[in-house]
Design a binder for this molecule. Sequence first.
Ligand code: FAD
Length: 507
Amino acid sequence: MTRLVVVGNGMVGARFVEDLLAADRTGRYRVTVLGAEACEPYNRVLLSEVVAGRYGVSTLTLPSPANDRLAVHRGVPVTAIDREDRAVVTADGTRYRYDQLVLATGSSARIPPLAGLAGAPGVLPCGVHPLRTIDDAREIVAATLNARRAVVLGAGVLGLEAASGLTQRGCDVTVVHPARGLMERQLDAGASRVVESAMTGLGIDHRIGVGAEAVLVEDGALRGVRLSDGEVLGAELLVLATGTTPNTSLAAAAGLPTDRGVLVDATLASVGDRRVFAVGDCAQPPEGGTGLVAQGWEQSRRLAATLCGAGPSPAPGQAGGNDVVRLKAHGLDVVTMGVCGSRREDDPAQRTLRLSDPDEGRHVEVVVSGGVLVGATCVGAGQVAADLVAAYTRRSPVPADPAYLLLTALAPSPHTATDPATMADHATVCRCNGVSKGDITASVHDGAASVEDVARATRATTGCGGCADDVCALIRGASTSHQTQPSGENRLTKGKQMIHSTETAAG
Ligand SMILES: Cc1cc2nc3c(=O)[nH]c(=O)nc-3n(C[C@H](O)[C@H](O)[C@H](O)COP(=O)(O)OP(=O)(O)OC[C@H]3O[C@@H](n4cnc5c(N)ncnc54)[C@H](O)[C@@H]3O)c2cc1C
């Protein structure tokens, strides 16, 4: 028996355990999971959808495998790693010995060093919340019952999703962002302006290029935010969306090399100790970390296969196509991938083409190199975004004149690369989980008749849920052509409602 301890029971830690137990056909591993959060693992990606009221918290729970070789301890933070004794120590002093240790400690919300927030560590004034955990989401939703005015600090992906969600709940929202444009890692100035005007159309106010200077608190409760230009925004709710910091302190205190994350090599082993591995948001692999769940799930699959004797799998190239960012914000249609925004490089081999149409709320940019798409920015152009994501993740050759990549937006074809009916069997439908059209149609032929059935069989839709409509279309198409499930339509409809309802399972 090999004793394997996993620290962290979040989206990647929990998935790694599933993958490992499935791959461990000889029953070699005895696995202990130690997670600081007291609840079952849940889909953190959908917390902004909880704020928006599109999902209920009870629907986010992720599957936990039942296995007599697995012990899961929830609400148990690990406080130290004793590498000499090969043990981890929990807050109550219990020691768990390991032969191999996997760190999946994720990241934490970064709290900006603002006047008014510098209370006891971890204690924020009433009305001030980050958005990282299920408790944060619950508290934000509860606060919207009494808050009329909300400020969101930070206009990255999370800030815009939070702002859109709070607007949906009826708050007057102002987004404050010190950089010169929105989502500056993903968007350039032109794209940002198009999103800004879409926000104005949705009633979301914004102060771009101005930072917050102080959080104004009276009697322990939030009163507002003072900006660096002296303006005071009155608010009863402040959401901090000011970035995340990978949780590396445990590893660093144990002498493991860390930078932004825990430094691991291509096999995900710590560069300082080959018995220790790191996956997910806390890891810094050679290709860099994206902070996106698809990368963590790919790492989890790869590490499980390696540990169970499949030999080291090759690490993906730069981000491995796992860096597609899709904003989950009602009325703000933004998708980016690869080279975009501040990640643009001064590379003469890259050719950039742009269609900017602010009057129509559209901005599309593609970056092509070596005959393939290496980056794209799409605002207000849903169908072309879907096609570009397909071209980017599959590394399909681009047309000789890459301008055609932009023009699909103006002349949408019913038979685009992403039409579920015509896409190739190997085409990826669920990018979070790497599930192809062929996997989904095979599950339908095996009896899956609803989105929930397909999710159970293949994991499709269990990440960001953005592929739910495509999965519905594939179930409908496959069950019609094969007539295997006469009652499939009703069950499909039920599954589709489930995806869009606040009371049912997470996509
Ligand atoms: C609101 C929101 C929206 C998001 N949207 C998207 C999206 O659209 N697409 C996308 O790809 N990604 C998105 N993300 C990011 C995604 O959620 C993360 O990439 C993913 O959760 C990473 O999984 P993880 O297991 O590495 O970390 P986490 O899910 O953070 O889990 C880490 C776990 O480790 C536990 N832990 C930490 N330290 C210890 C310790 N010392 N002892 C025991 N346990 C410990 C933590 O409590 C936590 O439960 C979003 C995140 C948020 C917050």
